[in-house]
Design a protein around this ligand. Sequence first.
Ligand SMILES: *[C@@H]1O[C@H](CO)[C@@H](O)[C@H](O)[C@H]1NC(C)=O
Ligand SMILES: *[C@@H]1O[C@H](CO)[C@@H](O)[C@H](O)[C@H]1NC(C)=O
Ligand SMILES: *[C@@H]1O[C@H](CO)[C@@H](O)[C@H](O)[C@H]1NC(C)=O
Ligand SMILES: *[C@@H]1O[C@H](CO)[C@@H](O)[C@H](O)[C@H]1NC(C)=O
Ligand SMILES: *[C@@H]1O[C@H](CO)[C@@H](O)[C@H](O)[C@H]1NC(C)=O
Ligand SMILES: *[C@@H]1O[C@H](CO)[C@@H](O)[C@H](O)[C@H]1NC(C)=O
Ligand SMILES: *[C@@H]1O[C@H](CO)[C@@H](O)[C@H](O)[C@H]1NC(C)=O
Ligand SMILES: *[C@@H]1O[C@H](CO)[C@@H](O)[C@H](O)[C@H]1NC(C)=O
Ligand SMILES: *[C@H]1O[C@@H](CO)[C@H](O)[C@@H](O)[C@@H]1NC(C)=O
Length: 488
Amino acid sequence: MFYVFSQVVCVILISLLFKNTRIQARNGNVTDRFSLLAFKKSIVQDPQNALASWNDSLHFCQWEGVTCGRLHQRVTRIDFTSTALSGPLSPYVANLSFLQVLQINNNSLYGEIPPQLGKLSRLKALNLFLNNLGGVVPANISRCSNLQHLRVGRNNLVGKLPEELGALSKLKSLVIEENSFTGRIPPFLGNLLRCKYCMLGETIFLEGVLYPSIGWMLPLLQAIQLSDNQFTGLLPLSLSNCSELQIFQLNSNFFVGKIASDFGGQKNIMKIVLDGNNFGTGETDEMNFIGSLSNCSNLQGLSVASNKLRGILPNSVGNLSTKLTFLNFEGNQLYGRLPSSIEVTQSSSVGLKGTIGYAAPEYGLGSEISKSGDVYSFGILLLEMITGKRPTDAMFNEGLNLHKFVSISLQDHVKGKRSTFHGDFEETIETTKESGNGTTIGENVVGECLLSALKVGIACSVESPQARMSIADVVFELNSIRDTLTSY
Ligand SMILES: *[C@@H]1O[C@H](CO)[C@@H](O)[C@H](O)[C@H]1NC(C)=O
Ligand SMILES: *[C@@H]1O[C@H](CO)[C@@H](O)[C@H](O)[C@H]1NC(C)=O
Ligand SMILES: *[C@@H]1O[C@H](CO)[C@@H](O)[C@H](O)[C@H]1NC(C)=O
Ligand SMILES: *[C@@H]1O[C@H](CO)[C@@H](O)[C@H](O)[C@H]1NC(C)=O
Ligand SMILES: *[C@@H]1O[C@H](CO)[C@@H](O)[C@H](O)[C@H]1NC(C)=O
Ligand SMILES: *[C@@H]1O[C@H](CO)[C@@H](O)[C@H](O)[C@H]1NC(C)=O
Ligand SMILES: *[C@@H]1O[C@H](CO)[C@@H](O)[C@H](O)[C@H]1NC(C)=O
Ligand SMILES: *[C@@H]1O[C@H](CO)[C@@H](O)[C@H](O)[C@H]1NC(C)=O
Ligand SMILES: *[C@H]1O[C@@H](CO)[C@H](O)[C@@H](O)[C@@H]1NC(C)=O
């Protein structure tokens, strides 16, 4: 998968190195066999018979899951992905001194990661992702100086990540998500210049701040995922320098300050998920980072929901990628003004239309759909039909939206006040008022029905889901309005 290595180069290198050490090699192949048998012995359950071929009638290089170098017949690779092996990982594996790949992901290994693995100086990939391993990541792993891929995500590992891992100068991927690590993000991250893929997320209690220089230290970073941790502090400006970044996911932490990132240089960015933090300074240009996303044509999702953002949605929202399927601003205090440019995007992105304008404020696309959310959308649609104003109309600005607009107009009408607004709809309301107690009942009924329908629309589109009219009441009201109308 991510293991890229030329077997030929390896063989040449090794045969050169060991040209004159035949005795060592001979002893070595005996040790390899012995070590493999020790590995097998420690496996207590093998329901898929993955180790069935590991018997005396076959040379160990022919055993399933084992790969040897062609010339020297030493084990270079052990590969048991998704084979349901259960048991501890034998420390004898560390005696397979030519081992380059140890891949036992998605099994049921338990116990601890043997610190002896540090002896595997040729190891390039250690993949123990998705097992039940506990204990700490042994500091000795840092002695595997050729390690390029370290994947121990989705286990039950605890403790601090050893700082010694910073010595792994060839590391390209580090996947530690979904463990129970404690302590700060390891400063060593800064040493991992070649690290392209840092999945550190869902590591309970991993805390601290991101180094201001992280982006300069990890210029090749493609994914940074620190979800559900306890990170605090500001977003480092240097992240803008990670030009390869595709996934930027920091949700459910305690980040603060302004999202001042410039995504302009990140042409491949696909996913920006920052929800559930404390982003927000109260400055009105808070959402200006959206403008920097105009050229990011691969952007599929952007969520800044549930932060403390206050400000105006810039017109550049309309310039977001046409691939966008997920856009969520809810749970902030953003001004309701919707840029005229948004309608362009509406046709190409259901997400945008859903979230802004018609969808209930309590959910954006990607969140759970609810009945009261449907009632909200219906209410807005009803108000739009009667008033002829779209919820995305340019007049809805600075806290004014379609719901408030109609509410205020109706209140003016009830109080007999002059209309706050001036326009076609206001005139309709005025006319209704004028004939309000008139004798020409037939004409007035239409006006009254209009007002009733507006009231339904208002009752459906209140902000609090609990306070919204029930769908049964909506149907009842509309039926009686229709009956009133048709009886004249
Ligand atoms: C180990 O290597 C020696 C010589 O290179 C060879 O004679 C012997 O058969 C090998 N044994 C195994 C188990 O591969
Ligand atoms: C050893 O494993 C091979 C391959 O699974 C099988 O064909 C052979 O029968 C086995 N031999 C013994 C003695 O179990
Ligand atoms: C893990 O392995 C099992 C088979 O043992 C397979 O059914 C499952 O899909 C695998 N899960 C992942 C995430 O690869
Ligand atoms: C771990 O590494 C240290 C040296 O850094 C060494 O002394 C120790 O024996 C190693 N432990 C194991 C279990 O290999
Ligand atoms: C980071 O990016 C900025 C703007 O693109 C550039 O001026 C600066 O030289 C970069 N810094 C490093 C260390 O790459
Ligand atoms: C988008 O690309 C154009 C042309 O390369 C460039 O002039 C503009 O500044 C870019 N916009 C952003 C927000 O990066
Ligand atoms: C949207 O993109 C176009 C073309 O890149 C640009 O001319 C325009 O200024 C952008 N609009 C906003 C609001 O950023
Ligand atoms: C409405 O009724 C009031 C008295 O109830 C009356 O003074 C007023 O002139 C009437 N308005 C219209 C437009 O008929
Ligand atoms: C290598 O593995 C260790 C355990 O990690 C054993 O204690 C050693 O005896 C073993 N050495 C050989 C030559 O098999």
